[in-house]
Design a protein around this ligand. Sequence first.
Ligand code: SF4
Ligand code: SF4
Length: 479
Amino acid sequence: MESDFNSPSTTQSDSFRDHINTMDWKGVRKWVYPRKPKGRYYYRRTILSWFLLLFFLSAPFINVHGDPFLKFDVLRREFFIFSFPFYPQDFSLFALVTIITLVFIIFFTVVYGRIFCGWLCPQTIFLEMLFRKIEYAIEGDKGAQQRLNRQAWDEEKIRKKFLKWSIFALLSLLMSHVLFAYFLGADVLFKSIEEGPFQNAGVFLMIFINTGVIYFVYSWFREQVCTLVCPYGRFQSVLIDKHTIVVAYDYKRGEGTTGRAKFKKGEDRQELGKGDCINCGQCVAVCPTGIDIRNGTQLECVNCTVCMDACDDIMDKIDKPRGLVRYTSEYSISTRKKSQFTSRMFAYTAVLVLLVGMLGVLLAFRTPVEVKILRVPGSEYNIQGDQILNFYEYALINKSSKTVNLHFKVLCCKGEIYFPYDQKQLRLFKGENHRGKLRVIIPRAEISQAKTSLRIGVYDQNGRLMDIYTTAFLGPFKF
Ligand code: SF4
Ligand code: SF4
């Protein structure tokens, strides 16, 4: 039976629906030996991946004006994104960014399927562009790897396996250090290395465990992260629809009216009703998750494009147009029309634009120093000669990445602010919270009502206005 995402071929064997291809019927792992990919999409992905790898490996070590480019220090509650500092007080921003990211992922998936998995996901990049390439370089292509794994532990096998596993271990160690720098900072990492393991047992243990996990994932667990663990892959079934662009086999073209058939030189396939698919199996041989794209869209497909390249190569050889396996939608394949922008896509776009707008406003109004000044609960005004005095409590947060010396000024009228011990300035280290008390004294002549709106400006050591807070100033009812 043909459904939206199934090619007619699924009627021939639907067994792929009952189990994942990387396990046999008893649930035992079947090792995937994907053939070494090549082609235009793979080349583009390789170029992109080098940039992404460079970014990943360098971002936590880059400093802009002394601040790390990227850092997510959960323990010290310090976050730097593109060297902009964020603290727990920016929780509303974090919440909004999280929602935007989720909506963006949903929207992106609805329109483009798992394009993220194939082109940008760190798991795919590290596995396919780093570890797998090393494996190909040492053990050779699909057939050579299978032979090597079957053969006895002779000199060749020991040498190749030892070399591969050693390089994998070193790479895992490097990645573990980089991850550590992301979460605890490059400064802590270098200091710990300098001081040695005895003074930093916790740090070294963390790096050691992390190295083990990375090694396990890339040397053994591999594609199972995508097929068994990753929640994003599981979402696909509810997010994609017949208009979503995915890596798909054009079953109308591939099957023709009589189905796919082996290639015979000089034969007019069209006249015989044969499709363009010559059943060569190359799209299956290169697939890193071990699936057959001709069975339709499957949860295991990470849209890595290598089956597109493999099929294009075959099409070139048999002199047929490329794109039998290509980026397209089920709607496009079944109707031979272009994909449409659906109302679901429009709704997600509208929500996304709205949220990004809100984020822009919040970022624009985000001040480096946040101030709150409230009258001491239950306190009354005091009259001292020709002056009126009110008592306040203040709370300050330094959200910048520098130490600041702050002073306060009454902005609404003539008035003076006094801190305990006649302090003139308040010093706040980066990320510091500070609470205290202050008095505001305003000449009686300036006050004409029982409750005056009092605006207080907070300035840094360079006279730069950091924030303004408006609170109430009480006075007598009649003057
Ligand atoms: S079916 Fe194609 S795009 Fe999907 S994972 Fe396999 S090779 Fe990659
Ligand atoms: S590579 Fe192309 S022609 Fe060969 S089996 Fe796959 S879809 Fe058919």
